[in-house]
Ligand binder design. Structure first.
Ligand SMILES: Nc1ncnc2c1ncn2[C@@H]1O[C@H](COP(=O)(O)OS(=O)(=O)O)[C@@H](OP(=O)(O)O)[C@H]1O
Ligand SMILES: [Mg+2]
Ligand SMILES: [Mg+2]
Ligand SMILES: [Mg+2]
Length: 399
């Protein structure tokens, strides 16, 4: 039988979250932060209304643990990134030892913490390239860094073999869909940002009957203070956002501070509303978003940031709008939005496609959506959608 110690991150902060996913009952919080900082409210218990374990609490505890440990693995690889750790996939996008290692680790932890005959994981990476002769050294590095991360944490006594790593990665091949529960994982979202030393996220969500019911975003390079520059900027970096349906969104530091409740910006004035978009121009049409922002009277320049760290930053009000308009033919993947979507909606925001429809995560590994994705607060959404419609019409008529 495995020896386990309690979930290591902020496990003392919740009355309703189990110390391990299996143990169930919580314990009295004894490590609470007092006072308020900026617009984030501290909370004695994020889910205080619930005195006993409620739906998805075990899953959320396991997800927080998995994403936090995966973040440690990524930080370790990023500090010592070797050229040989970076490969190119068949679609020419980059993948690193950390993408594979993070996926193996999250898959392993979820299966250990939540034993189930029906484990289903929809995740970005697969082991195809690692099973070829040229993948042998990469697989050795992945196995090494996963085992080092597990050993340093100390929760599990297992050592994983290369075969175990391949199997853990390949358990992410599920097609998802509208029935049952499916974990959705982007082991590193924003791999290009990761390689540049900029923003990236470990993004883990859970679908139940086609709906996102919880999400965790680990953002190792995101400052704890608002990037809008209104707060003390000496708080350090490394944020963990988490949200459970109906329970709000919380943020804590990756090294385990007490969670604070976060909310999206309440601004009703488009002139004050700064907006986020992809760092990579290839991922979103910057000229189109610039035309939309102009119609809205947005004064600030766009904040270009990699990955779902944008959803995290938006959930705590660092900016008010996120726009994403991929170039023609690109199909969005569910792991690029599932966790971010619930983190923003539970913080009071709205996420829709360009025609105002909610995102539908029940259609398999892809999202079938109209043109693009927009995110903002409830007040600004009608104005944003009107500006989007007008700019898209102008784009068509100029062709
Ligand atoms: N052509 C194209 N168009 C739109 N989106 C694409 C495209 N190619 C890739 N991707 C996906 O973008 C994910 C990275 O997120 P962002 O675009 O938000 O950040 S960034 O611009 O890469 O910095 C990135 O996620 P990761 O592969 O996990 O890094 C991709 O899934
Ligand atoms: Mg991604
Ligand atoms: Mg990825
Ligand atoms: Mg990728």
């Amino acid at each position: 039988m495995e020896s386990k110690r309690p979930l290591y991150i902020a496990d003392a902060d919740f009355d309703s979250i189990p110390e391990t996913a299996e143990e169930g009952a919580g314990r009295e919080g004894n490590n609470r932060r007092s006072g308020q900082e900026g617009r984030h409210q501290t909370s004695s218990s994020p889910f205080a209304a619930l005195s006993t374990m409620s739906t998805y609490d075990q899953e959320l505890a396991a997800a927080r643990k998995a994403a936090s440990l995966a973040a440690r693995l990524c930080q370790k690889v990023q500090r010592a990134l070797l050229q040989s750790d970076v490969q190119s996939k068949s679609d020419k996008t980059p993948v690193t030892v950390a993408d594979y290692g993070s996926q193996a680790l999250v898959s392993f932890i979820l299966q250990r913490e939540l034993p189930s005959e029906n484990f289903s994981l929809v995740a970005e990476e697969d082991s195809g390239d690692l099973r070829t002769a040229s993948g042998t050294e990469t697989l050795r590095r992945i196995t090494e860094v996963v085992n080092e991360t597990l050993a340093n944490d100390g929760s599990y006594s297992s050592t994983l073999s290369a075969e175990d790593i391949l199997a853990a990665i390949d358990s992410g091949k599920s097609e998802g869909g509208p029935v049952g529960r499916h974990w959705v994982l982007d082991p590193i979202d924003g791999t290009k940002g990761f390689l540049r030393g900029d923003q990236y996220a470990i993004a883990l969500g859970l679908l139940d009957e086609g709906k996102v019911v919880l999400g965790v975003l680990a953002c190792p390079n995101l400052p704890l203070a608002s990037i809008a520059g209104k707060e003390d900027s000496n708080k350090g970096v490394g944020c963990l956002f988490f949200a459970k349906i109906g329970s709000g969104t919380y943020m804590q530091s990756l090294d385990g501070s007490s969670p604070v409740k976060v909310n999206v910006s309440a601004t009703e004035n488009t002139e004050d509303a700064s907006f986020f978009e992809s760092y990579e121009a290839a991922h979103s049409m910057h000229d189109l978003t610039s035309s939309i922002a102009k119609k809205l009277g947005v004064k600030a320049p766009p904040v270009r940031m990699d990955s779902q760290a944008k959803y995290g930053a938006l959930s705590r009000g660092d900016g008010a709008i996120y726009m994403r308009f991929p170039h023609k033919g690109y199909r969005e993947k569910i792991w690029d939005h599932a966790a971010g979507c619930i983190v923003v909606t539970e913080a009071g925001g709205v996420v829709t496609d360009a025609s105002g429809q909610p995102l539908d995560f029940s259609k398999g590994r892809h999202l079938n959506l109209d043109t693009g994705i927009v995110v903002t607060n409830q007040k600004l959404m009608p104005l944003l959608l009107k500006a989007v419609r007008e700019s898209l019409e102008e784009q068509v008529s100029s062709l």
